[in-house]
Design a protein around this ligand. Structure first.
Ligand SMILES: Cc1ncc(COP(=O)(O)O)c(C=O)c1O
Length: 411
């Protein structure tokens, strides 16, 4: 037996990706972290760059919780008490007290009846959507939804799937009208914060439409919001897009512990009956290990911090720094997408120029991510800056200065 034939096919596919500029290529390996000191936030060391220090502006850990001493201590203590891994899936013997405590705490955090954790945000989306999509369900989805929603719909094979243009509520309403008489159940799925743009879904309008058309379907309309980038990062107390929009009628709210929470894993909160059903029916939960006990304990500590005055101060600072950086880019003449989230997209609108600017920033000690087609639509090529509560004013001024230099050189 040999892999020679298939290797030729795979290489050809990769070459095609490269030709289209869609290859992600070699990953940057972080080999060390230097603690924040004086007016500088943490710095990162990257394989192949010796002792050059990098400012990291492409992390989803918006609050810098991953480096907080109390969080690390909580993780260490739990590992000593319970060991490093759960050793089994939840229903076998992998349920530990910190898992259960975390689920209760997440429910309380979002003011919902019950919570349930999965091994990642991606697994949560797959785990929630697939059991809820019956053969008589039509799913309506925003065109810019995260890949996890797209793949969950593919896997579940609903009766039909409708895509509306990004945040276009007229199209969502038309889609809902088209569903009448054609299915028993409708699911509206949207990201809360859209990860490529930092803007958010109009949750009040979506909830109004769901309420308006719900009586038309025997099994109703379920609204599912994946707020992986929103929870912990946005809203005055970090509750995410529901807090930002003041909308609490979301039926199922999904979040991740792996971004602003700085740990790892995913979760949903909803009514108790929904959670009870998913524990029995979600294969991504039933047949896969949960997060480690250490991760659950670290996440509990993160929520403690978020709900304390320190957490509120961190969020306030994060939001101030985001406004500062966003304004700085605009003052330099760069195009950004409006939003309140610490994702600040600098729109380059050209693949070659995006690659060039990412390289320029890296040469100058700044790690950022360029996004090109097919991750974003053609013409929307951008650099996604992500602000973090660990960034100092010095750090942001440094980045803005490098961007100023670049602009002056390229005019
Ligand atoms: C909107 C959205 N949902 C889900 C995920 C997956 O989260 P995780 O990394 O916890 O699997 C991401 C990650 O980028 C995301 O942006």
């Amino acid at each position: 037996m040999s892999l020679d034939k298939i290797k030729m096919v795979l290489s050809k596919e990769l070459a095609g990706l490269e030709e289209r500029g869609a290859l992600k290529g070699k990953e940057t390996t972080i080999i060390g972290v230097k603690e924040a000191e004086r007016d500088k936030g943490p710095r990162y060391f990257v394989e192949g760059y010796g002792d050059k220090e990098f400012l990291r502006m492409n992390s989803n850990s918006y609050l810098g919780m991953d480096l907080k001493k109390e969080v690390i201590e909580a993780e260490e203590t739990a590992a000593r008490e319970f060991g490093t891994g759960p050793g089994a899936a939840r229903f076998i013997s992998g349920t530990y007290k910190p898992h259960v405590d975390l689920e209760k705490r997440l429910a309380k955090f979002h003011n919902r009846e019950a919570g349930m954790i999965f091994s990642s945000g991606y697994a949560t989306v797959m785990g929630v959507l697939t059991p809820l999509i019956s053969q008589d369900t039509i799913v309506i989805s925003d065109e810019l939804n995260h890949n996890s929603i797209i793949n969950a719909i593919r896997l579940a094979r609903p009766k039909d799937r409708k895509i509306y243009r990004h945040n276009n509520m007229n199209e969502l309403e038309s889609n809902l009208k088209e569903c009448i008489g054609n299915c028993h159940r409708v699911i509206i799925a949207t990201d809360g914060i859209f990860s490529m743009r930092g803007d958010h879904a109009p949750l009040p309008e979506i909830a109004d439409l769901a309420e308006k058309y719900c009586p038309e379907f025997t099994e109703g309309i379920i609204t599912i919001v994946d707020d992986s980038h929103g929870v912990g990062a946005t809203g005055e107390t970090g509750r995410g897009t529901t807090e930002l929009t003041g909308e609490n009628r979301v039926d199922i709210l999904i979040g991740t512990l792996g971004k602003a929470m700085g740990v790892n894993g995913g979760y949903l909160v909803s009514d108790a009956e929904v959670i009870e059903y998913l524990r029995e029916k979600a294969p991504f939960y039933i047949y896969s290990n949960p997060i480690t006990v250490s991760e659950a304990s670290a996440a509990l500590k993160v929520i403690d911090i978020l709900d304390s005055d320190t957490g509120k101060r961190m969020l306030k600072y994060l939001h101030e720094m985001t406004v500062y950086f966003r304004k700085g880019l605009v003052n330099l003449g760069y195009e950004v997408i409006e939003g309140k989230h610490p994702i600040v997209p600098l729109m380059v609108r050209d693949t070659g120029k995006t690659i060039e600017l990412v390289k320029y920033l890296k040469d100058n000690g700044i790690l950022v991510t360029g996004l090109y087609y097919p991750i974003v639509p053609k013409g929307d090529e951008e650099i996604r800056f992500q602000i973090c509560a660990e960034h100092t004013r010095y750090d942001l001024d440094y980045a803005l200065n490098i961007l100023k230099e670049y602009k002056e050189q390229t005019i």
